[in-house]
Each structure stands twice: as structure tokens, then as C-alpha cells.
Design a protein around this ligand. Structure first.
Ligand SMILES: C[S@@+](CC[C@H](N)C(=O)[O-])C[C@H]1O[C@@H](n2cnc3c(N)ncnc32)[C@H](O)[C@@H]1O
Length: 413
């Protein structure tokens, strides 16, 4: 019962803010390891299938608009347990009725009973709102089922920083955490469980950090060389900045971000990993100019992040159709502004954790059309067998929905 109350509190907050903060999970700290895993699955799953769950609930409610929000969340969690987790109906109905306010106990009991009667014959499809389903099916074609499959489960990826990955895997094994080396990234570790990894001594010591495998490949593409001036234009919490310095501490890496709270988290991360960029700036890439040129610029642009809905299903609640076009326009503008700050023969590495055509090949093809001196090359230079078709590489077939493109400034054309 306690676990479901905690899950409900997290979900109430997440649904009203359209966002689940890292802090929200602290509410699970007094639960057992098993209950913490249960709460995670319940909250993530309810959000991941939010739209389909509501469709089911709404058929059993007289007036859905008048149903209090917390009550609707109780019904949502109960429906998820019945349909996806296949928890026995008597347990689900009893548990959720008991955590409901007295006035609504009868309603929750009745609705969940009715849903339990159809739960054997019902399953969830994509969890996407219909407009997004149609859009991604069109954009991704044959690999759309892969997109759904890869966003079904939430695995945790780490990057070995100050210790070898073998040593970290050994440390994790000693603490009963199953972990494996990743296939494509030489620094990556995949964990099948371990929601509390950020309280591990090895994390606090900076031995490892959290980073998806696809995102680690950006470090390979940037390939920092000694003395090269590199701008990480959208440094965020500093994950890729530290990776670039880790790969080559002699590269001259400048970190930038517009958002001061991100900068503050990045500083904590730099200290934790004991890895620092050569310089930090706080510039708006759209509305101001920088007064220097760089050999390489990493454009890890803000995007719809649709490649991460398995990990961040709450973003499905926030996303609206016009966000995609707006983000793509902004990404193009960012590339345009940064191009002026790239040295001749320099490289822009553009990456986004999303799969929409507009924000990936769409942005790059528009950019190339506007700049005769811009040439797209295979970001992996043929070293990996990913499909490169003129503009960039979408990693969905191999890893997850992450896109990387490399644009070279060649004035010899
Ligand atoms: C995808 S995140 C970057 C993640 C980061 N590279 C990492 O690996 O941790 C995009 C970042 O762009 C920043 N940003 C958004 N608009 C910006 C702007 N106009 N100028 C500079 N930074 C901006 C956001 O604050 C956010 O941290």
C-alpha cells in the first residue's frame, strides 16, 4: 500500500507539472529496493501509456472532466497494473479502493472492477497520442516498430570516467548490480537495474557518470585533438563536455549554456569527475555573438527528445504538434549563427536525441542548401557500419533514437 501511495504522489505532481523532477524520486527513499523498482515501473508505465489508459477509463466514467485529478490518477495506475503488469484483479481493486478518499471509494471499486473484466483481452499499442503516432510512422517507415520496441523498457547506461569499465563492472557486481559492457561505446556500461546508482560511492567519486550509449558516440565523432579549440555550444549539465576533455585533456574545450541552473549542475559534475573545460561561458547562441572562432563546434541542440520517451515518458504529456516545427526552425537558426564562428576547414557536429525528419535530415538539408561551402561527411568515417545517407546517421536501428551529423566548412569549393 505504501508503495502505491508514494507512486500516486509522484504521479500527481508529474501530471500537474507535465514533468517528473529528479527530486520527486527521493520520495521512494524509505521503501525497500523491490518497492522502489515497483514504483518506478508503475509511474513510468502509467505515463508511457497515458493516452491509451485514459481512453479505457473514459469509457467507464460518466463525466471524465468532473473527475478529480487525484482520483483519475488512482484509476490510471490501477488500469496500468491490470492491463500491463497483470497483477491479480482482487489485489488491484482492493489496494486502490483502500487508498481512495471515502467519498469516491465506490466509484474506484466499480470502475476498476469493470476494467479488470476486460483486462485479459486488452493490451496497449504504442502509447503515443494519435497525431504523433501518424507522424512517426510516416517519418520512420520500416523502423517505426523498432522505435516503439526501444522505448518500451528503461535501461540505465553509465560512462566509465576515472576508472576502467571493467573495474566499474566488478564494483557493481560486488554490489549485486548486473551490468555489461556496451557494444559500440568503449566507455559504456549497461545496467538492468540500480535506480539508486547516484548514491553509490563510485558515482560520488566520479568513477562513472550517467550517459546513454548513443550519446557517448558523440565523443568519438568530435574526436578532440591536442590544441584544437572546441566549443560545446549547448553544454547543459556538462556530460559531453567532460567526455571531450576525458578523451583528450589537451584539447581546448569551451563550455557554453544559456541556462544558469544547468551551469550550476555542470560545475558540480565537473568537480565530481575532476574534469574541467578550459573555459566556461554563458551565451544565448540565438541572440548574441561570440568573439572567437573554433576548430570544432558541438551543436547538441535542444530538441523534442522523442528518442528518450522510454526514459522520460512525461515528455509525451508536454509535446504538441507545433513544437516539432518550432524546434527545427530554432535548430537551423542555431547552426546558422554558429557557422560564423567556425574556422575554415572546421567541423560542426550536430546531434539530437530525436527521430523526427524535420529536426534531423530536414535541418541539415536546409542548412546545406544555404551554404555552398558546407559538406556533410560520414560522422564515423566508415569505422562503424551505421547507414550514412548523405546527411547524417540515425542510430535507432543499432542503439536508440539519436541522430548525429558532421558538417565540414570547406572554402575550396
Ligand atoms: C540537449 S541539451 C544539451 C545537453 C548537453 N550537451 C549534455 O550532454 O549534457 C540542450 C541545452 O541547450 C541549452 N540551450 C537552449 N537554448 C539555448 C541558447 N539559445 N543558447 C545556448 N544554450 C541554449 C539548454 O539550456 C540545454 O542545456
Amino acid at each position: 500500500m505504501k508503495a502505491r501511495i508514494v507512486a500516486l504522489e509522484i504521479l500527481n505532481e508529474g501530471i500537474s507539472n507535465f514533468f517528473i523532477s529528479r527530486n520527486a524520486w527521493k520520495k521512494t527513499s524509505n521503501l525497500t529496493k523491490q518497492d522502489r523498482a515497483f514504483v518506478r515501473r508503475l509511474v513510468y508505465g502509467t505515463l508511457r501509456y497515458y493516452f491509451e489508459i485514459d481512453k479505457i477509463i473514459d469509457t467507464f466514467l460518466k463525466d471524465t472532466k468532473k473527475t478529480p485529478k487525484d482520483l483519475k490518477n488512482i484509476l490510471r495506475m490501477g488500469t496500468y497494473e491490470l492491463i500491463e503488469m497483470k497483477i491479480p484483479p482482487y489485489a488491484v481493486v482492493n489496494e486502490y479502493t483502500s487508498i481512495t478518499r471515502p467519498k469516491f471509494k465506490g466509484l474506484v471499486n466499480a470502475v476498476l472492477r469493470k476494467i479488470s473484466e476486460i483486462s485479459d483481452k486488452t493490451h496497449f499499442e504504442s502509447g503515443l497520442p494519435p497525431w504523433l503516432y501518424d507522424k512517426l510512422k510516416k517519418d520512420l517507415g520500416d523502423i517505426f516498430p523498432l522505435f516503439l520496441e526501444k522505448n518500451e523498457f528503461h535501461e540505465i547506461y553509465l560512462r566509465a570516467v576515472n576508472k576502467s569499465r571493467d573495474e566499474i563492472i566488478l564494483d557493481l557486481t560486488k554490489q549485486n548490480i548486473e551490468s555489461y559492457p556496451t557494444h559500440f561505446s568503449p566507455w559504456g556500461i549497461k545496467c538492468t537495474e540500480g535506480t539508486d546508482l547516484d548514491s553509490f560511492e563510485q558515482f560520488e567519486n566520479g568513477d562513472f557518470t550517467f550517459q546513454d550509449e548513443s550519446s557517448q558516440l558523440v565523443g568519438i565523432v568530435v574526436d578532440p585533438k591536442s590544441g584544437e579549440k572546441i566549443l560545446d555550444a549547448f553544454g547543459g549539465v556538462g556530460t559531453k563536455t567532460t567526455h571531450l576533455v576525458q578523451i583528450n585533456p589537451k584539447a581546448v574545450v569551451t563550455y557554453n549554456d544559456i541556462n544558469r541552473s544547468k551551469i550550476s549542475i555542470a560545475m558540480d559534475n565537473f568537480k565530481r569527475m575532476r574534469i574541467f573545460p578550459s573555459k566556461m561561458i554563458n551565451t544565448d547562441i540565438i541572440n548574441s555573438t561570440l568573439n572567437e572562432k573554433f576548430d570544432k563546434i558541438l551543436v547538441d541542440a535542444p530538441c523534442t527528445a522523442l528518442g528518450t520517451i522510454g526514459k522520460h515518458p512525461d515528455l509525451l504529456l508536454r509535446l504538441i504538434e507545433k513544437d516539432i516545427t518550432e524546434k527545427a526552425q530554432m535548430q537551423l537558426k542555431m547552426l546558422e549563427n554558429l557557422w560564423e564562428h567556425l574556422s575554415d576547414d572546421g567541423e560542426i557536429i550536430y546531434s539530437v536525441c530525436t527521430v523526427t525528419k524535420e529536426e534531423t535530415d530536414g535541418v541539415i538539408s536546409k542548412f546545406i542548401q544555404n551554404h555552398g561551402e558546407a559538406i556533410c561527411v560520414d560522422p564515423f568515417e566508415g569505422k562503424m557500419n551505421f547507414d550514412f545517407e548523405k546527411l547524417g546517421v540515425q542510430l535507432l536501428k543499432w542503439i536508440d533514437g539519436f541522430y548525429i551529423s558532421k558538417i565540414v566548412k570547406s572554402n575550396k569549393r
